[in-house]
Write a protein that binds this ligand. Sequence first.
Ligand code: APR
Length: 273
Amino acid sequence: MDTTLIRQAADLLLQANHVVALTGAGISTESGIPDFRSPGGIWERYDPSVFFYQRFIEEPGFVWSTILDMAKTGALSIFDAKPNKGHLALAYLEKIGLIRTVITQNIDNLHQKAGSRHVIEFHGNMQHAKCIECSKLYDYEELVNFLDMENLPPRCKCGGILKPDAVFFGEAIPKNALNEAFEEASACDLMLVVGTSAQVEPAASLPFVAKGRKPMAFGLMGMFSSSKDTHVIEINLEDTPLTGYVSDFIIKGSTGEVLARLVEEVKGLKGLK
Ligand code: APR
């Protein structure tokens, strides 16, 4: 782990006025939840096409049986997962006023369990299942305990089919989350991009917006129109499409270790115990 970059990140954190963290599945792997695209990740074991919204509408029973299988095999056993040092570090930095918002692509609720208060769930969450007819919400964990492979898909009292409240591919990002996340990315002067491969839009556009650029997704190939003096720092085991293009630098290492070291560095600079 590059301690010079940790020190540089700590200095930038202390100088910044509005810090946002954008997190992905990589911050939860140290809590035992596999990510999607690393070797052995979820998309190596399950076909991502199952998680397209249209597929759910056509074959809700099959999609639910896949979700139950993922819960059984641990690929989606998120309810007994505990926050790790990475989640706790971001919650601490928010507590001492250095981080304003966490925008997470994760649906595991671990930032909230770690104590982060301002969390934007960009891809929804798995705390509820929602009726696709009347939008009534059901507690997901309770629901799954009663489900068995025979009577899928689960239905609402109104007869409508229940769908996990996480965002499927091809499904709209919840409007409030989308608007608030882009507002935060536009307003921040430092963005920490933590444990994401930055491949899924529109979340992958947020670092471009932070930098004041037109995201590639808008077909302008990241034309440099930066009018913002924003720093973007990645924390990841490997380079991503942002590396050397949007991010100022990448701190290579595990999110838990790097974020815990960053907190220690900040505490030292601020004279905190
Ligand atoms: N420390 C640091 N980085 C890690 C760690 C770790 N312990 N574990 C994994 N990573 C990194 C990987 O190198 C990878 O770059 O985290 C990233 C995880 O990438 P993905 O698996 O693609 O997850 P994510 O970026 O969150 O995916 C975005 O895609 O499948 C959809 O909706 C799903 O929200 C998800 C979205």
